[in-house]
Design a protein around this ligand. Sequence first.
Ligand code: SF4
Length: 336
Amino acid sequence: MKVSRTSIVYGPIISWRLGRSLGIDLILPPKTCTFDCIYCQLGRTVNKVSSPRDFKPKVYLDDLVRELKAVLEGMDIRFLDHVTFSGCGEPTLHPGLGEMIEAVKDLCPSVPVAILTNSSLFWLGEVVEAVRNADVIVAKLDAALPDIFSLVNRPAEGVELDMVIDGLKEVRKTAKGRLAIQSMFLKAHGKPINTDETSLSRLVEVLRSTRPDQVQVNTPTRPPAEPYVEALSPEELKAIADYLSCQLRDIEVISWHSPRLGPVRKRAGELRKALIAILERRPCRFHELCLSTGEEPIMVRAELDRLISEGLLVVRDYKGQRFYVLKGGEAGIKCV
Ligand code: SF4
């Protein structure tokens, strides 16, 4: 059977930050981003670009509206917590992002619209304007020192840390919704790389000047782009969250925890398509796929086995957990 890999709308997936989140991918495979983060769950960046000028959009407003309408007809939106712009790269690369956000708000006005971004393009006024009406902006800031920023995020040429920090301040001024800054803390070759006192105190300085509503403390929990990347232990992560909470008394600090969500009762489209659409964007564990699709585990297991036997899916062990990873090949998503 031929597999379509071009759906714009995927999920809902279960997100620790956003609950049951219906995904919108304006980038589509292959992965296109201004960063090539060493922990990226999508593998290495296939197309590393510096600005929207280098990006040729494949998603148009009509396509999004048509697809989203069809998906929403097949589900009960009361079970959705967010509609989230994310996917196979950096969503702010798309020049139509602002109007796409408006279109989604029109189609499902009762569901908050979120965007996950790496913050690299907020130096552009049009990008700041595009995200202005999002209900939630989750913006990445993994390091506030230039050498660690380069090591962790491996930005495209011309993307500098100062531009990221100044851009975040601009977004803070204009965003109508909540601004959360997410920092990923990790080890490389067995050693922590962005958790020493100097790194954390500089991060605190930047967070104080940026004034997000929330800081999200995270560590990689899925197979990373580079094999030498390791997650922090829950205790190490908690120690960082505690440190930041003390330093940032007026800002809410939350850290990663297992989702405590029940199943999504309705799902969009047939199971096979739904599974592929989710796995195109992130490697997942079995229980996550059951929660996301709302399908009986036995059915999910059978469909996953079919995809494996057809050579479309592989199982990878990572830190004692089994992840289902879609094979890359021509779509450009790499197995890691
Ligand atoms: S983690 Fe996000 S910002 Fe980093 S390379 Fe992957 S898609 Fe890009």
